[in-house]
Each structure stands twice: as structure tokens, then as C-alpha cells.
Write a protein that binds this ligand. Structure first.
Ligand SMILES: [Zn+2]
Ligand SMILES: [Zn+2]
Length: 89
């Protein structure tokens, strides 16, 4: 049986170590954590859009590879909203 690490609020995947869901800002510590065994399944298909996100509150910067309608918006460290910059390669 596959176990996926997903936000219980919005159903998006999150990465171990993130304090907040980057899609909806829900605190991940309030959810049970299951090891992500199935993450590669989302990598196939068209290449992702790549964004640089910068947290408005704590200034954290990180890179987000996104597919289709998935749109990250929140800082994984503090849960605040982040600025998005589209990166074209
Ligand atoms: Zn979420
Ligand atoms: Zn932050």
C-alpha cells in the first residue's frame, strides 16, 4: 500500500521539514506525517514551471517546480504569503 505525504486541507504533497503547507498555509505539524514513497509519479509529463518564491515575512527564498494548476503560495517555514517570480529556462 502506498503512503503519500499530503496536506489534509488541500491534498497537495509536502516535503518533510516544511513547517507549513506551501499551497494553503496549513501547519504541517498538525497532520500525521507519512514518508513520501510515491513522489516520482508526478514528475512525468510536461516539464514543470519553475518559480522563485520569496517569503514576505521572513525573507526565505526557495525554488518551486510546479505542474499544471498546482500553485504554491506560502512559506514552508512560517506560513506567510510569498512573492512569486516565474523563471524561464
Ligand atoms: Zn495545504
Ligand atoms: Zn517565511
Amino acid at each position: 500500500m502506498k503512503k503519500a505525504t499530503k496536506c489534509l486541507n488541500c491534498g497537495k504533497h509536502f516535503t518533510q521539514g516544511e513547517q507549513y503547507c506551501v499551497y494553503c498555509g496549513t501547519k504541517t505539524q498538525e497532520m500525521p506525517f507519512y514518508p513520501e514513497l510515491d513522489f516520482g509519479a508526478e514528475v512525468y509529463g510536461p516539464p514543470p514551471d519553475i518559480y522563485i518564491l520569496t517569503c514576505k515575512k521572513c525573507g526565505k527564498r526557495w525554488e518551486s517546480h510546479e505542474f499544471g494548476i498546482n500553485r504554491t503560495k506560502y512559506c514552508p517555514d512560517c506560513g506567510s504569503e510569498a512573492y512569486r517570480t516565474h523563471v524561464l529556462y
